[in-house]
Design a protein around this ligand. Structure first.
Ligand SMILES: *Cc1c(COP(=O)(O)O)cnc(C)c1O
Length: 370
């Protein structure tokens, strides 16, 4: 069979835009006509709609997912001398948000099959300085929240969900976003709900925390030019909020399309002897990333690339081995599961517009690499 060589991007934001271009243009035009570019109605309405989507009482729009984590830690009073526990296999932004406060990131390993935080390791690293846990709902699946919340309660710790990859993922039938004290979301363009630039939000059921975060994102002011504490300039752009309101209406359909593509991958991969990603038993996967493991990964990536297929690695170096975190003193071997996975994981193309034919083409080419 000689199909002309396809080009399969890793994500296809241009294809997505083609489907909603008219709606997006109609949404941004009034923002520009009214020349109201900071906060205002669009941000307020997006916050209301996103909170409702997540099943949380409040959402606060900020400039990025990194800031969503950082401002939340600040609002919870975390700072120098404190420790915050997260996992070694996450995007660097998770520990960076801890470092910005002056607190120290402390890592645990992950589960070898689901890549979620290994909850069995948390209590062993709790010290009198520990103030919070940041579980990451990695790749689009929820962390084991009941176990984490029980540990937090026993040890009087705060819990901040890093939900930057997991918009709409369910834990025991409820969407992530209000399990801990707060949850951080990213609207980076490639995320499941992506803006056309940077953006982020915090969701929480805690009204006092939401009020504090609204002040923190705007120079620490509760009323204009009245600054109660040293805040930041970290607001979700009004234009981005207008775009996100359009995109949020499509998110459930896009998630369903990702789940259909993931199911097609699973069948095709099993047929060639590759184990599809393991799903957690207690929740749903929104497939931000579709991760398999392969030996000789560099060669596989090169061959797929020659066939026009883009792949990724999320992430090639666990955070405890990053140069930026050499000061923490972790050595290779500290988190063997995360380290072993980092050498073998491969992210296949995954986006809502991915067709069954494209999935077949990817897996056919993968078979040739075995
Ligand atoms: C994307 C991401 C972030 C940071 O979000 P930005 O909007 O890029 O700042 C944090 N944590 C995880 C797990 C992410 O994937």
């Amino acid at each position: 069979m000689n199909t002309p060589q396809q080009k399969i991007p890793f994500v296809d934001l241009a294809a997505q835009y083609r489907g909603i271009a008219d709606e997006v243009r109609a949404a941004i035009e009034p923002v520009m006509a009214n020349a109201r570019f900071i906060l205002g109605e669009e941000v307020r309405l997006f916050e209301q709609e996103f909170a409702a989507y997540c099943g949380a009482k409040h959402a606060v729009g900020v400039a990025s997912g990194t800031d969503a984590l950082y401002l939340t830690l600040c609002a919870l009073g975390i700072g120098p001398g404190d420790e915050v526990i997260t996992q070694a296999n996450t995007f660097i932004a998770t520990p960076l948000s801890i470092s910005y406060t002056g607190a120290r990131p402390v890592f645990v390993d992950c589960d070898p099959l689901t890549y979620q935080m290994d909850v069995k390791q948390i209590e062993a690293v709790i010290t009198p300085q520990t103030k919070a846990i940041i579980p990451v709902h990695l790749y689009g699946q929820p962390a084991d929240m009941d176990a984490i919340l029980a540990i937090a309660k026993r040890n009087n710790l705060r819990v901040v969900e890093d939900a930057c990859q997991a918009h709409g993922a369910e834990y025991r039938g409820r969407r992530v976003g209000a399990f801990g004290d707060a949850a951080a979301f990213s609207f980076y363009p490639g995320k499941n709900l992506g803006a056309y630039g940077d953006g982020g939000a915090i969701t929480t059921d805690n009204e006092a925390l939401a009020v504090k975060l609204r002040a923190l994102r705007e120079y620490g002011q509760a009323a204009k030019y009245h600054h109660d504490f040293k805040g930041f300039n970290s607001r979700l752009d009004t234009l981005q909020a207008a775009i996100l309101r359009v995109k949020l209406k499509h998110l459930s359909d896009w998630t369903a399309a990702r789940q259909i593509a993931a199911a097609a991958y699973a069948v095709a991969l099993r047929a060639i002897g590759i184990e599809p990603p393991q799903q957690v038993g207690y929740g749903t996967h929104v497939w931000h990333l579709y991760i398999i493991q392969v030996a000789k990964r560099a060669k596989v990536q090169e061959q797929l690339s020659a066939a026009g297929i883009s792949t990724g690695i999320h992430y090639p170096i666990p955070v405890h081995l990053q140069k930026a975190y050499a000061d923490l003193g972790y050595q290779r071997g500290a988190f063997p599961v995360a380290e072993a996975a980092a050498d073998r994981i491969l992210s296949l193309p995954m986006f809502p517009e991915l067709t069954q034919e494209q999935v077949r083409y990817v897996v056919e080419n993968l078979k040739r690499c075995l």
